[in-house]
Structures are given as C-alpha cells and as structure tokens.
Design a protein around this ligand. Structure first.
Ligand code: IPE
Ligand code: IPE
Ligand code: MG
Length: 223
C-alpha cells in the first residue's frame, strides 16, 4: 500500500516527558517542538503529501494561563525560525482551528508564514491550533457546505490515511473525527519528545503492511 498520503499526528506526552525527568512542563514542549520539526522533515523526505499536527486543542484552554501562553509563544517563534526551511523544502504551512481567541502576534506570524509558503507543493503541513473536530463538523453543517467539501474557509480536511498518537493514550481527543473515518491508527507508548526516526520507520512499515478494504472483501490472489 506504500506511503500514507495524509498523516495526522497527536503530539502527546510532552508534559510527562518533562515531569519524569524532574523538569518543568514547558521544557517538554520545547523538546516537542524539536521533534515536530523532525516529523515534518521525515514526511517531506518520504513522499507524504499532507501532514496535520495537533498542537493545541480547544480543550487545552483548560490549562494554566502560563502554559497556554508559553505554547503560543513557542509556536510563533517556531514559525519564524522555520520559514526558510519551509521554503527550501517546498512546505506549504496552513493553520486550522479558531483564530479569534489567539494572541494578535501569533495571528500575524501565522498569516505571514501562510502567505510566504503558499507556493509550496511538496508537503502541505497543517497545524491545528485552538482546534475542535466537533466544532469543525458543526460549523461545516451550519455553513451548508456538505461534508464532502474541502473548500478553503472550512476546517474540514481531505481524508486521513494514518493517525499517529504518542504518549500512550488510546483516544482521539476531538481530532479529525470525520476525516479519520477509515484511517489506520497507530498508538505509541513513547512520549512525543522521545519519538525517533526508528519509531516512524516502524509505524510507516506497519501502515504499508495493512490492507485497507473500505468495507469490501479482501483482494483475491488468483493463480
Ligand atoms: C501534548 O503534550 C502537547 C499539548 C497538548 C499542547 P501534553 O502537554 O498533553 O503532555 P502530557 O499529556 O501532559 O504528558
Ligand atoms: C491532545 O492531547 C491535544 C494535543 C496533543 C494538542 P491532550 O493531552 O490535550 O489530550 P487528553 O486530555 O489526554 O485527552
Ligand atoms: Mg496530553
């Protein structure tokens, strides 16, 4: 079956990574941002066309304000520092989710990165920030878009082939529920900052071994 065309990653376990080392949670997020960079490179190099990363859920507003603020600052500085690499590797960056509750400086960094990388054709990197899949589905219905729509302006994406969640939890936490209807699911016990190239190789190899039947009978081998 080859390479998944649309990969979605729930980047979980940053806090536990830090806590297990006696460090503050924000250090886990810093390391997680480094891992996110590696995942983007890996996907670009392996022919993945679309990568969607879950960076901040609408439920993550329940966290302490200083952690939320840190995450937004980290994301904004990450965007600025990655711009040249995005351009070099043909990465187009988009952000999905609500914008109206994000800090102004972050919105500006997002808009600038989206505009400058709009011509990227190798990998479409989407980052989900203040994102809720249930809200996205609800909004698409309210707009009368119909759920087949992937028009710009809605937060409904093309189908996902592979969902990867690190951190040991086996749940989707309101991420791409509609789009993952037939996705393969990979739940890894490793915390996101410790996710390695070998882990990604194993997930991609497992994906390649799956027969995706979409409800049909198995392909018959005749001979
Ligand atoms: C994922 O790591 C990053 C975000 C949700 C922003 P967590 O911060 O959820 O880490 P854990 O799950 O507490 O270890
Ligand atoms: C999901 O992780 C959200 C992101 C990775 C951004 P959470 O840590 O927020 O999810 P729960 O609370 O364990 O379901
Ligand atoms: Mg978590």
């Amino acid at each position: 079956m080859g390479v998944p065309q649309h990969v979605a990653v729930i980047m979980d376990g940053n806090g536990r990574w830090a806590t297990s080392k006696g460090r503050p949670r924000w250090m886990g997020h810093v390391r997680g941002a480094h891992t996110a960079r590696e995942v983007v490179t890996y996907c670009a190099q392996h022919g993945v066309g679309q990568l969607t990363l879950y960076a901040f859920s609408s439920d993550n507003w329940k966290r302490p304000a200083d952690e939320v603020g840190f995450l937004f600052d980290l994301f904004a500085s990450h965007l600025e520092r990655q711009m040249d690499r995005f351009l070099e590797h043909g990465v187009r960056l988009s952000v999905i989710g609500r914008r109206d509750r994000l800090p102004h400086a972050l919105c500006e960094a997002i808009a600038a990165t989206e505009a400058r990388t709009a011509g990227g054709t190798r990998l479409h990197l989407r980052v989900a920030v203040d994102y809720s899949s249930r809200a996205a589905i609800h909004e698409a219905f309210a707009l009368g878009e119909g759920m087949g729509s992937t028009r710009p302006g809605t937060n409904i994406l093309p189908p996902v082939d592979l969902v990867v969640r690190t951190g040991g939890e086996r749940r989707l936490s309101d991420f791409l529920l509609w789009e993952s209807a037939y996705a393969e699911l990979a739940f890894l016990d490793v915390n996101f900052p410790d996710l390695s190239i070998a882990d990604l190789d194993a997930v991609f190899a497992d994906y390649a071994s799956r027969e995706r039947r979409y409800g049909a009978v198995p392909v018959q081998v005749t001979g």
